[in-house]
Each structure stands twice: as structure tokens, then as C-alpha cells.
Design a protein around this ligand. Structure first.
Ligand SMILES: *Cc1c(COP(=O)(O)O)cnc(C)c1O
Length: 401
């Protein structure tokens, strides 16, 4: 029986994904996901095993212990690396574990220049965990590339950006900031969660490290928490891989499998997400009850031109403002039938979030005021439902609020 499997597996054509010039939708489906050598299984098996047998003294077959490496995780890591055009990929148990792995390369006395508009959890890790350990941070307006250069110090080791940023969708010019980082010898890290690798690949534009919350578009179905770090730099990769094994915040094989399953449809999902988001943004921009609509795909977005050169699509987060206060927001969200009132983003279902009381509740009212997050600000994660249903839902709720 076993010999039969082995003979068949040998006949399975092997797809040298990483080295083959295929396009992004094909990579998502094939790279790292050759038929299982033991059985020919088309779907990557869930290798739910802690340990792997050795053939002889000092002779493992490639895997030993699943914290260090697991075949289902390897499949996900190879696939994600190829999508970001990276040499190396590492998967983590959450997006925050991925942020922390990147942060592990900082030492007491090091300085980081960060865009001021970043994920709240990232800001919390920086301020509440790294600052007490002796790392210092300067936060700058990410829309001005020169602001990063102005904030550099001799001990600046890292520049941290997120583009487009949450929730007001400011962009950072990756190429310009990449040149600033390179000149100074600092590592540029880009949180690429919002656009996903389908719409933006910062490693090709001057970033040294890309990180993801794979919880969002990469997995795409609101059913798994995960993170990833990608790089072309061998030395950085060795450091990050050492930390992954040493600190151990690895995803289990089932979570890797769910992420891989989600990833297969990344291209079709992202195309539909973006088409729906563009229609939603245009609808809101023309609506009399909406004061302002923010979406990089609208010509009214102050960085629309940069979005066109830096991204292959504008993503599916649309932020808008109602004139009224909390009462009106409450009437609006209660009147919605399709959009679900919840945190997070990037799943197939459409969501609406109220940053003031949800994702950005940890900020003080003055901090929110300063960065422009008002009571009437609402953030949509536009899903892939029928666009007519989404527009009818928004029209109905706006009429009722
Ligand atoms: C969600 C998110 C994170 C954190 O990821 P988790 O998977 O929730 O730990 C980091 N950055 C961005 C931009 C996010 O949206």
C-alpha cells in the first residue's frame, strides 16, 4: 500500500512555484501547495502532529517538532512569501504576534520613527511594552515623507508605516520613505494588512519587512486569527525565525489550513471587494446626508494620485462622516440589515464599525479629535455580497437616520 502511494506521488508533477514566473492568482492557489508526496492529496493535509520521526541518529526527515516547523505551516509561509514577492515568510498566531516578532529586533536605546496613524494594538505594544524596555518612538504625519527624515536620530533603527491607515485611509509614499530608510540604514517595516498583497507589495517598493494580520483579507472569512512576516533579507529572516521558535507564538496547523483555504480565493475576493467598495464610495459621496466620504479610489481623496501609482487597486475600506452625533449614528447602525455592526474587517461579509466607541475607544477624546476621528465617523468593511443589496441597505438606513 505504502509503496503504491510512493510510486504515485513520484508521478505527480511538482510545481516549482517560487521560481516560476506565474501571476498572483495562480500563486495563491499553487505555491507551497504541491500534491502531498505521500498520498497525492490535492488539498494540503492538516499535519496535526507535534513531533516527527527520525530515520537515524542526527537524521530527521526535515521536520522535528511543530513549534520549530510544521508542514502545513510551511505551505502557508511559502505561499504568503511568493504573494509578497519575498524570499522568506513566517506565520504567527496573530497579527500582533507578527508585530512583536518584528519588534524583537529592537534593543534598549534604539529609536523608531512611526507613522502616527497605525493600528491601535500596534501603538499599545509600542507604548506599553517596548517603551518600558527602553525603546523610544517618534510619531509623525505619514502623509509627508519628509516628516520621517526630519525625525531620524543617530539611533533610529526602524521606520514603521501602515498604508492605507486605519480608519481615515491616509497613504504613506513607500518608495520615498524607503529611500529615506535606506540612506539612514534603518529598516522600513510596512503593515500591509489593509490592501493585502493583491493590491500592494511594499517589498518591491523599498520596504525591508512586510507584516500582515492574516486575520483580515488573507484569510478572508472572519474565522481565524493569524499573522505573517515577509522579507528578502537573509539576516533579518534568520533573526525573526530564531525569535519565532524561541518565543513560540506559532499558529496551529488547522489555523494555517484555514488561512490557506481562504488564500486560494484572494484574487477573486479582492477584485469583488474593490468593485463593491468603489460603488459604495461613489454612492455615499453623492448622498446629501453624508458630510464626507474617504476612499483612495475617489478623485477627491487627497492622495488619489499616489494610490494610483503605488497600489493595484484601492481596497475595500470606506470611511464616511454623518453630520449628527451619537444619536444619529445609533439610528443608522440599527437600521442596517445587511451590514453587520462589528469590529474587524477583511471578511466576505460587509461590516460597519464606529471607531469612536470601538476600534479607537482606547484613545482619549482629545487624541481622537486631533487625528480627525469624530463622533459621526463610520468605517465600512465592504464585503462581496450583491452590490444592489449593499446600496439598498445603505440608502434605507440613511433615510431612517
Ligand atoms: C487587525 C490588525 C492588526 C492586528 O492583528 P490581529 O490578527 O488582530 O492580532 C494589525 N494591523 C492591522 C492593520 C490590523 O488591521
Amino acid at each position: 500500500m505504502k509503496e503504491r502511494y510512493a510510486a504515485r506521488a513520484a508521478a505527480v508533477p511538482v510545481f516549482a512555484g517560487k521560481d516560476t514566473a506565474v501571476r498572483i492568482a495562480t500563486k495563491a492557489i499553487r505555491v507551497g501547495q504541491n500534491p502531498d508526496p505521500a498520498t497525492g492529496s490535492i488539498a494540503v493535509p492538516v499535519y496535526q502532529s507535534v513531533n516527527f520521526v527520525f530515520d537515524d541518529v542526527g537524521q530527521p526527515r526535515g521536520y522535528e517538532y511543530s513549534r520549530s516547523a510544521n508542514p502545513t505551516r510551511t505551505a502557508l509561509e511559502e505561499c504568503l512569501a511568493s504573494l509578497e514577492e519575498a524570499k522568506h515568510g513566517l506565520a504567527f498566531g496573530s497579527g500582533m504576534a507578527a508585530v512583536d516578532a518584528v519588534g524583537s529586533i529592537l534593543r534598549p536605546g534604539d529609536h523608531v520613527v512611526s507613522a502616527e496613524h497605525i493600528y491601535g494594538g500596534t501603538f499599545r505594544l509600542f507604548e506599553k511594552v517596548y517603551v518600558p524596555r527602553g525603546v523610544s518612538f517618534t510619531y509623525v504625519d505619514g502623509t509627508r515623507a519628509e516628516a520621517f527624515a526630519e525625525a531620524l536620530k543617530p539611533n533610529t533603527k526602524m521606520i514603521w508605516i501602515e498604508t492605507p491607515a486605519n480608519p481615515l485611509l491616509q497613504l504613506v509614499d513607500v518608495r520615498a520613505v524607503g529611500a529615506i530608510a535606506r540612506k539612514h540604514g534603518a529598516a522600513l517595516v510596512a503593515d500591509n494588512t489593509f490592501p493585502s498583497p493583491y493590491f500592494q507589495r511594499p517589498l518591491t517598493q523599498g520596504a525591508d519587512i512586510v507584516m500582515h494580520s492574516t486575520t483580515k483579507y488573507v484569510s478572508g472569512h472572519s474565522d481565524v486569527i493569524g499573522g505573517a512576516v515577509l522579507t528578502n533579507d537573509d539576516r533579518l529572516h534568520e533573526q525573526l525565525k530564531f525569535y519565532q521558535n524561541a518565543a513560540g507564538a506559532v499558529p496551529g496547523p488547522w489555523d494555517c489550513w484555514l488561512s490557506l483555504r481562504g488564500l486560494k480565493t484572494l484574487a477573486v475576493r479582492m477584485r469583488q471587494h474593490a468593485a463593491n467598495a468603489q460603488a459604495v464610495a461613489e454612492f455615499l459621496a453623492a448622498h446629501p446626508k453624508v458630510r464626507e466620504t474617504i476612499y483612495p479610489g475617489l478623485p477627491s481623496h487627497p492622495q488619489h494620485a499616489l494610490a494610483r501609482t503605488q497600489m493595484d487597486g484601492f481596497g475595500a475600506i470606506v470611511t464616511f462622516r454623518l453630520d449628527g452625533g451619537r444619536e444619529q449614528v445609533s439610528r443608522f447602525v440599527r437600521a442596517l440589515r445587511i451590514f453587520l455592526f462589528a469590529e474587524s474587517l477583511g471578511g466576505v461579509e460587509s461590516l460597519v464599525c464606529h471607531p469612536t466607541t470601538m476600534s479607537h475607544a482606547v484613545m482619549t477624546a482629545q487624541e481622537r479629535e486631533r487625528v480627525g476621528i469624530t463622533e459621526g465617523t463610520l468605517r465600512l468593511s465592504v464585503g462581496i455580497e450583491d452590490i444592489e443589496d449593499l446600496l439598498e441597505d445603505l440608502a434605507g438606513a440613511l433615510a431612517d437616520c
